[in-house]
Design a binder for this molecule. Sequence first.
Ligand code: NI
Length: 169
Amino acid sequence: MAILPILKFPDPVLKEPARKVQRFSSELSARVDDLLETMRAMPGGVGIAAPQVGWTERVVIADVSQHKKGSRQENHGLLVLVNPEVLAMGGSQIIREGCMSVPDYTANVRRAQWVLVDALDRNGEQVIIESTGFEAVVLQHEMDHLDGLLFLDRVTSLKTDLFRRKGCV
Ligand code: NI
């Protein structure tokens, strides 16, 4: 396992749509483990997408179970989703988001309140996830990375909804 360097905005790789995973192998599983270790190395890390470490395939990881915003709500614990697709979504919520690839800012972003996601696990088995609340936001945020989108692209007003992180100049 290894902690991988995170690509930071405006790295052009973050704007690239990621390719579907075609082969389920021990190599894939090892890369998933590295991605997981990289997410867990970040304090408060609740999600990561493969393109953030320069791996431009459709893999996301989420785990809100240890986070103050996620642990009190219904959640699925650790999710490793390969080739995820949103089957349905609904409702609306606004939550303050951050991203390891945009370390100096947070923003209020409007997202769906719930999502129904069809994906494969690291062994290629189908998983269907219905998610609400904070976990649903994390899934939407991470799946955006697979389409080359950052939370900055979802902010309605950069003037009123974007915030510099405390402690930064
Ligand atoms: Ni992110």
